[in-house]
Ligand binder design. Structure first.
Ligand code: PMP
Length: 405
């Protein structure tokens, strides 16, 4: 043991602790609003019907084996995944200047993208990445792991419970040329606050002017609006405008494949030659990191993306999930504003996008929700809309009302 005396004990992660406390709580009306995964109206994990169908096809396909996939992943998968996010008519794809790599879900895509930047990006000074304040907590660790220092940029304004657009633009303008900005493509985690198309265009103007690099994280395509194309709008717009960028893609949420770890990294370069060189280096990095990527999840998603019938079914399943979440927003909003007439403005519940919502509750109110109402939520006021359902929404609204009064 004396070899490991330098290892300090790390305190447990808040969200995991919250879930553990929820599980042992005997209170009948307890609610878990901390979960980062979709739940159906009965608070159960949902295996998408299209995934069940595709799984059955894979199981019955006796031509499949367990050989290694190519280092960069299953080609039918990465090609279809690129079209899904960049658009099937994307000039980046037709001009051969997009490089796509199969990754260990969105986390692996962020890691490989960060690692690639740390090795090859022309940083202007020390390697830094600008992260929205707040952002998905893991972003900090992922960039630190590869020696890129995270720096905050203004994003969320607690006064308006919305976007600090002026602060955001200011940060873009003040950053050194060629700085890397991490952008959530849609359904910002944890705030649920996204820029409007007009705001995206203004952000794009500064990015182009200052030759900044856009590191897009897209973990929720389809989850924001229910429409895959609409949720990819900002990424496609930036590609069209010639913004240098990469995109991290995950099928955890939109296909409910959390544990299968299906993702991709897409790097869009200026020409085919640069793309070929980048591809060769990404292969080297991938090999030393994970070797060959796993096959099952990639085969599943490949089947769904490449079979028009399954693809249509998938889009319906996504609408089911996104629709339920949007309905919960409406119901919670209505209960607060019309039934309980809760003090304060609650428009943000309706306007925020995706699985998460920043309620605007302060730390003390959050603690009261947990300790007094048995409604488990993060101390920053974030709730997961997926934790709400027709059985729990009234109790949540009633408790919110009591806690803020
Ligand atoms: N990025 C963001 C913003 C996320 O919210 C998540 C999931 N919590 C991920 C990436 C990665 O998720 P996964 O590795 O499961 O795809």
């Amino acid at each position: 043991t004396e070899l490991w005396q330098q290892v300090p004990l790390e305190p447990p992660d808040n969200i995991f602790e919250l879930t553990a406390a929820y599980k042992v709580d005997p209170f009948a009306k307890k609610v878990n609003l901390g979960v980062g995964a979709y739940r159906d109206d009965d608070n159960k994990p949902w295996v998408l019907p299209v995934v069940r169908k595709a799984t059955a096809r894979l199981l019955n396909d006796d031509t499949l084996d367990h050989e290694y996939l190519p280092i960069l992943g299953l080609p039918e998968y990465t090609t279809a995944a690129a079209k899904l996010i960049l658009g099937s008519e994307s000039p980046a794809i037709s001009e051969g200047r997009a490089v796509s790599v199969q990754t260990i879900s969105g986390t692996g895509a962020n890691h490989l993208g960060a690692l690639f930047l740390s090795r090859f990006y022309g940083f202007n000074g020390p390697a830094k990445v600008y992260l929205s304040n707040p952002t998905w907590v893991n972003h900090h660790a992922i960039f630190r792991n590869v020696g890129i220092e995270p720096v905050d940029y203004a994003y969320y304004d607690p006064k308006t419970i919305g976007l600090d657009f002026t602060g955001f633009l200011d940060a873009l303008r003040k950053a050194p040329d060629r700085s890397v900005f991490l952008l959530h493509a849609c359904a910002h985690n944890p705030t649920g606050v996204d820029p409007t198309p007009k705001q995206w265009d203004a952000i794009g103007d500064v990015i182009l002017e200052k030759k900044l690099f856009a590191f897009f994280d897209c973990a929720y395509q389809g989850f924001a609006s229910g429409d895959m194309d609409l949720d990819a709008w900002a990424v496609r717009r930036f590609v069209d405008r010639g913004v240098p960028l990469l995109v991290c893609q995950s099928f955890a949420k939109n296909a409910g494949l959390y544990g299968e770890r299906v993702g991709a990294l897409h790097v869009v370069l200026s020409d085919k030659k640069t793309a070929d060189w980048a591809r060769s280096q990404l292969s080297v990095l991938q090999r030393s990191e994970i070797g060959n990527p796993p096959s099952h999840g990639a085969r599943l998603v490949s089947l769904i993306l490449n079979d028009p019938e399954l693809f249509t079914e998938w889009k319906r399943d996504i609408e089911t999930m996104a629709g339920r979440i949007i309905d919960m927003r409406k119901e919670l909003y209505q209960l607060l504003t019309e039934v309980y007439k809760t003090p304060g403005k609650w428009d943000h519940i309706l306007n925020q996008i995706g699985m998460f919502s920043f309620t605007g509750l302060n730390g003390e109110q959050c603690r009261a929700m947990v300790e007094w109402a048995h409604i488990y939520m993060a101390g920053n006021g974030r709730i997961s809309m997926a934790g709400l359902n027709s059985h729990s929404v009234e109790y949540v609204a009633e408790s919110l009302d009591k806690v803020v009064r």
